[in-house]
Structure formats: structure tokens, C-alpha cells
Design a protein around this ligand. Structure first.
Ligand code: NAD
Ligand code: PRE
Length: 295
């Protein structure tokens, strides 16, 4: 087995993503010698102890980061600045601070000004997840075969970037580097807008059920069900994502609205060719995704 990459890895937040990192680190043994886990609530801390997925479980964030050579923010992106304010004075000189947050410009905005000199900030985002949250939801294979986007900037230390890349390689992921603004645009269309649509379609169906006093959802077959899986995601996490990728999300929503209206217009005027073309494009994207997965 290769030497562990880190002596002490500290996870701030042990929900779906943090607990999956803890599990893969434990399963492999070559990511960290010691895994320290910090969470906000006593219930989560107790559960992490029961699950036995970390070597040290620490209620105090400042104590948790002490001596860690890598600290991973695994909390909702809206909590970053507050957590960093607690831990910054206690970070080891030369330590790497990385994260798993779904937005990346906000990470620079919230963490960079508080990061002590000599500590390396290397933001990252695993493109892997589920609709479940909390420490029980995690699993060691979550990152297997999935992309992780790392978003260094010109000043980022290349050696620190390489260590973060290697951590994700060992977790089974494929790594791509991207600038933070491009990242936020890409995820706005492939992740944030689909969630916004899913939350909205469920609310609309719910309103309709109230208006018609009919159990609309009783008749939901697999099309609507697919939306409800996404809509079951954690409210705090998604509130924070929407508010911290506001510009890119609103831009994609505006484009989507225009395109949806164009399709609506085609339906109104019976433009069969236009309608069929849109459906064909959807099928092509689905087929392409499946082919890429099999390749
Ligand atoms: N769920 C996904 O599919 C997914 C995928 C990729 C990235 N992410 C990102 O990963 C991060 C974590 O998401 P998750 O799905 O693991 O969420 P989660 O709700 O399962 O876990 C969040 C954890 O953070 C803790 N926490 C919240 N506020 C805190 C605070 N102020 N101080 C300390 N701990 C705090 C919670 O107690 C919990 O342990 C988010 O930033 C999210 O954007 C999520
Ligand atoms: O699979 C899911 O349920 C997810 O929502 C995962 C998903 C995504 O949209 O693809 C959600 C947010 C993350 O930042 C990355 C991945």
C-alpha cells in the first residue's frame, strides 16, 4: 500500500459528502493516517462515533483543525465564512484547505480573505451525490468513476493542487481543473437549474392538488417521480447553492425560460417540426450520456 497522502485529514461537516470521504479514507488506508471529523450538532457527532468512520470526533472546530495537514470544508456553502472565522487562527502553517462545495466563486469570496498566509486554499467540487443527507447517507464508493472539478487560480500552489488531485484520484475519481467562474456557469446548467426546475414542478403540482382537491400525485408515474427524487434534496444545502451562484443560475434560468416559451409557442401554433426537433435533441443528449458512461 502507498504511504498515506496526509498524516491528519480534518473533515468539517460529516454529512453525505464528508462521511463518504471518511469512509473511503478508512476503506483504503492510503489517504490519511488519522481522520478527524467535526460536526455542528451533538446528534451528528454521536452518530459519527457510533458509525466508527473517523479516528477522532471533535465538537470544537478550532480543536479539530489543529495539526491537520489537510482540512476539507464539507458544510453547506453558506456556512463557510462563519466556520473559517472559527478555525483560521488554528490552522497549521503549510496546511491545505480544500472543500467540496457546489459553488466556487463564493469559496474564494468567503474563504480567501480569511485564509492565513502560508495556508494553501485549493477549492474542489466532486460531481457526485444523492438526494440524501447526513452521516448515514454516505458510502465509500460515492466518488468512484465520477468527476471532481478542482478550481485553482494563478496564485495557487501547484504542489497543493497536486495533493488535492491525488486525494480524489485515490477516492476513485477523475479530475479536471477549471477556473471558478466557468465552473459556476457549467454547474448552473447541469445541476443547479435542474434542481430549481424539480423544486418548482413539485410545488406547482402540489398547488394544483390543493386547487382541484384531487390527489394529483397518486397518478405520478415515472416521469414525475424522476423529478421528485431530485426535489427531495436538502433545503439548507440548496438554499445556499442558489444564493451563492445567483448570477449564473439566473442567467441559465433566463435562457431556459426563453427556450421553454419558444417550445410553448410551437405547441400553440402547431409547429410539429419544431416540437419534434426539440424532443430529438433531448433524446440525443440522453443517448450521449449513456454511451459516455459505458465507454
Ligand atoms: N449532496 C450532494 O449531492 C452534494 C454533491 C457535491 C457537493 N455537495 C456539497 O457538499 C457540501 C456538504 O453537502 P452534504 O450533501 O454532505 O450535506 P449534509 O447536509 O449531508 O451535511 C452537511 C454537514 O455539515 C454540518 N454543518 C452544517 N452547518 C455547519 C456549521 N456551521 N458548522 C459545522 N458543521 C455544519 C451538518 O451538521 C452536516 O454534518 C455542501 O457544500 C454541498 O454543496 C453536495
Ligand atoms: O445525484 C444527485 O441527486 C445530485 O443532486 C448530485 C449533484 C448533481 O446535481 O448532479 C448535486 C449537487 C452537487 O454539487 C453535485 C452533484
Amino acid at each position: 500500500m502507498a504511504e498515506p497522502l496526509f498524516d491528519r485529514l480534518c473533515l468539517l461537516g460529516v454529512g453525505l459528502i464528508g462521511s463518504s470521504i471518511a469512509r473511503v479514507a478508512r476503506a483504503r488506508g492510503d489517504i490519511a493516517r488519522t481522520v478527524v471529523a467535526h460536526a455542528k450538532t451533538p446528534a451528528t457527532l454521536d452518530r459519527v462515533r457510533e458509525l466508527g468512520i473517523a479516528d477522532v470526533v471533535e465538537a470544537d472546530a478550532a480543536k479539530a483543525v489543529q495539526g491537520a495537514d489537510c482540512v476539507v470544508f464539507c458544510v453547506p456553502v453558506g456556512a463557510y465564512a462563519g466556520v473559517m472565522a472559527q478555525v483560521a487562527p488554528h490552522l497549521k502553517p503549510g496546511a491545505i484547505v480544500t472543500d467540496v462545495g457546489s459553488t466556487k466563486m463564493s469559496v474564494y469570496r468567503d474563504l480567501a480573505p480569511l485564509t492565513p498566509k502560508g495556508v494553501h486554499l485549493v477549492p474542489a467540487h466532486p460531481m457526485a451525490g444523492t438526494e440524501f443527507s447526513g452521516p448515514d447517507a454516505g458510502f465509500a464508493e460515492l466518488f468512484q468513476g465520477r468527476y471532481v472539478i478542482v478550481t485553482p487560480v494563478a496564485e495557487t500552489d501547484p504542489a497543493a493542487v497536486e495533493k488535492v488531485r491525488e486525494m480524489w484520484r485515490r477516492a476513485g475519481s477523475m479530475i479536471e481543473c477549471m477556473d471558478p467562474a466557468t465552473h459556476d456557469k457549467v454547474v448552473a446548467i447541469v445541476s443547479h437549474l435542474p434542481h430549481l426546475l424539480a423544486f418548482t414542478i413539485c410545488s406547482t403540482a402540489d398547488d394544483l392538488a390543493e386547487e382541484t382537491k384531487e390527489a394529483v400525485l397518486k397518478f405520478a408515474a415515472s416521469g414525475f417521480r424522476d423529478f421528485t427524487r431530485i426535489a427531495a434534496s436538502d433545503p439548507t444545502m440548496w438554499r445556499d447553492i442558489f444564493l451563492n451562484n445567483r448570477e449564473a443560475l439566473l442567467e441559465m434560468l433566463a435562457r431556459f425560460t426563453e427556450d421553454a416559451q419558444a417550445l410553448g409557442r410551437a405547441v400553440r401554433w402547431g409547429e410539429a417540426g419544431f416540437i419534434e426537433d426539440r424532443i430529438q435533441r433531448g433524446r440525443k443528449i440522453r443517448t450521449g450520456l449513456i454511451e459516455r458512461k459505458q465507454a
